[in-house]
Write a protein that binds this ligand. Sequence first.
Ligand code: KET
Length: 397
Amino acid sequence: MMFSHLDRYAGDPILSLNEAFQKDPRADKVNLSIGIYFDDAGRIPVLDSVHRAEARMLAEAGPKPYLPMEGAAATRREVQKLLFGAGHEAVTSGRTVTLQTVGSSGGLKVGADFIRRWLPGSEVWVSDPTWDNHRAMFEGAGVAVHSYPYYDPASGGLAFDAMRQTLAGLPPRSIVLLHACCHNPTGVDLTPAQWQALVPLLRERELLPYLDLAYQGYGDGIAEDAHAVRLLAASGLSFFVANSFSKSMSVYGERAGALSVVCADAAEAALVLGQLQATVRRNYSSPAIHAAGIVAHVLGDPALRASWEADVAGMRTRIQAMRRSLHGVLSARLPGRDFGYFLSQRGMFSYTGLSAAQVDRLREEFGVYLVRSGRICIAGLNTGNVERTAAAIAAVL
Ligand code: KET
């Protein structure tokens, strides 16, 4: 018996719930658990741009060698343009390195391993609350994780002063994990003015920001949602950014993502690239060639790019419409309560303030699945289920 001493894995709070949903036999069940965009018919869309990119790749029938550790050159170039904007000094100067990674999760973990090895005294501060896996990944890399105040339950908004106060007291070279847009799980983002106000603080305290950009395009727009990335790059700070195409291209299982590190100059960037390559080699050796092709074609071909941008706008607009419907039904049913947060929170998620017991009731009595923190994935709502889902939420509130 080699393994009988193992702790039983309790399961992941998000992924296990999604599995439980699949097994639920009720026809009218509603999946608001995992961060996946479903269309109005409740399906994961196949974007036309992605489909056409894949058709080209199939027609080309190219060989499938190993990619380099850092991924495909064309993909990395397109990611840089997407994140920083064409011609940004941080890119043209050569002081930014970008690796195509195995989803943004792969990028986050490679970055975490790199920090553990090369900034061994640094600890990570994540927002309270954050995506559960942030803590797990950094702790898994051997980096201690703490939190800074972020969500203000009283207002359903941002506790910005408390956040700033905590950040102002951190030791130099602490890593500050920030959601670049569409905060998961709360939907509460910093305004451009608040991002601007963070810059001098990050600089004075010598903090190292680590941006997670998993929902680009779901907030205000593709370029707009890169605001924080471009602001930090223009400010001259060094920072990390892990970005995902899972949601923005609806390619979850392809594992398409990237990790970029903005450095002081090109010489430093070359050192960083080398050690990131070494980190990748030790983890998964090299990323996926199919994901590389999708991203490079969709971003690099003007026609596919235009089609993709229109699809992202469509996904964003549909989510906003669902926010309005949810707000409308709940406000009508419970007139004494303020549900304005559904309208001000952005991206795929909102924090409902529902307790774990209320979440359990929603699942058991109404077949409505959401994470026990009270996070709701708005993209699981559609014109066919939003009214009864809102009614169910009103019933347990
Ligand atoms: N960052 C954030 C903030 C995030 O919400 C996810 C996924 C990822 C990174 C990972 O993305 P990827 O590029 O596919 O590795 N979040 C959803 C799914 C999950 O938990 O894995 C979710 O929160 O439901």
